[in-house]
Design a protein around this ligand. Structure first.
Ligand SMILES: Nc1ncnc2c1ncn2[C@@H]1O[C@H](COP(=O)(O)OP(=O)(O)OP(=O)(O)O)[C@@H](O)[C@H]1O
Ligand SMILES: [Mg+2]
Length: 270
């Protein structure tokens, strides 16, 4: 499956659903769409089949490799619903989702979770670490599910924890760490499989502002090292650090434009 941007020509991202505005965000030269949503709807139903909420109402969106993208919008606009679909934690009820060229909307549970494990590192607002496991064991979990042997798991977990500055906390339990250290552990867990894209849903939402800024500095460094980042945030200051800001409203893309570093990314037009 070739992505719409694989020709390398300057094209324009597709318009949103008929009810949404026309999007004119230029496609980076030669960039590959890592994420491609086509007519994605997510409807929540009551057990009796009645509609409870239409969280996404027809989203068309292509996000490109190497970019740092912020997803913004008011509470209830559909950000987490969209991130859960992008992160393969949920499926659209209508439409398709292509992740790195493969259609995730038709995959079975097992195939989807394997593909997710290879492609995505996900960072949650609430860290979601396992309290009974040490910092290093938490980071080893995704490698365990990939069948990586213990010695190699230890080596890779230690290496990535060193990268996030936690080499002196390998044996600690998550509850004995500060919030910032817990989130750095979660970032290490997301990175240990060398994913194609790092996704985060309000990763600084549970942190004080100074710790939050330190975590955002880390995302800046990760992006500078070539990692694609898609982050849901309420914080307008984050938009200044990104190349593209997608705003949702009532389950549709309301606007899509450059962030503060909109023209500085790899392959972006000047
Ligand atoms: N599991 C669910 N069952 C029913 N409705 C849901 C469910 N999850 C979300 N919704 C509804 O879908 C809409 C979008 O919710 P979502 O959590 O995606 O918003 P959000 O933009 O992430 O908000 P916030 O900024 O508060 O996190 C809301 O109206 C919400 O009530
Ligand atoms: Mg949310």
């Amino acid at each position: 499956m070739s992505s719409p941007a694989s020709s390398g020509q300057t094209e324009y991202a597709p318009a949103t659903a008929a009810t949404g505005p026309r999007i004119t965000m230029p496609v980076p030269h030669g960039a590959k769409a890592i994420v491609d949503l086509r007519g994605v709807k997510r409807v929540y139903y009551k057990p009796d089949g009645e509609i409870l909420a239409e969280a996404l109402r027809g989203v068309d969106l292509s996000l490109y490799e190497g970019q740092y993208i912020a997803i913004m919008g008011q509470s209830g606009s559909g950000k987490s619903t969209m991130m859960n679909i992008l992160g393969c934690l949920d499926r659209p009820t209508h439409g398709s989702y292509f992740l790195d060229g493969k259609d995730c909307s038709t995959m079975g549970d097992e195939e989807l979770s394997r593909y997710r494990g290879r492609k995505i590192g996900f960072v949650f607002q609430a860290f979601n670490l396992i309290p009974e496991l040490s910092v290093r064991e938490n980071v080893e979990v995704p490698l365990f599910y990939q069948g990586v042997r213990p010695a190699e798991r230890h080596r890779r977990a230690t290496e990535v924890l060193t990268k996030v500055g936690l080499e002196h906390r390998l044996g600690h339990r998550p509850n004995d760490l500060s919030g910032g250290q817990q989130q750095r552990t979660a970032i290490a867990r997301a990175l240990v499989t060398s994913p194609a894209v790092l996704m985060a849903d309000e990763p600084t939402g549970n942190l004080d502002s100074a710790t939050g800024r330190a975590i955002l500095d880390m995302f800046d460094e990760l992006h500078a090292s070539g990692i694609t980042i898609i982050m849901v945030t309420h914080d307008p200051a984050v938009a200044e650090r990104t190349q593209r800001v997608v705003r949702l409203k009532d389950g549709l893309v309301e606007s899509d434009g450059p962030g503060g570093k909109g023209t500085a990314g790899p392959g972006m037009e000047h």
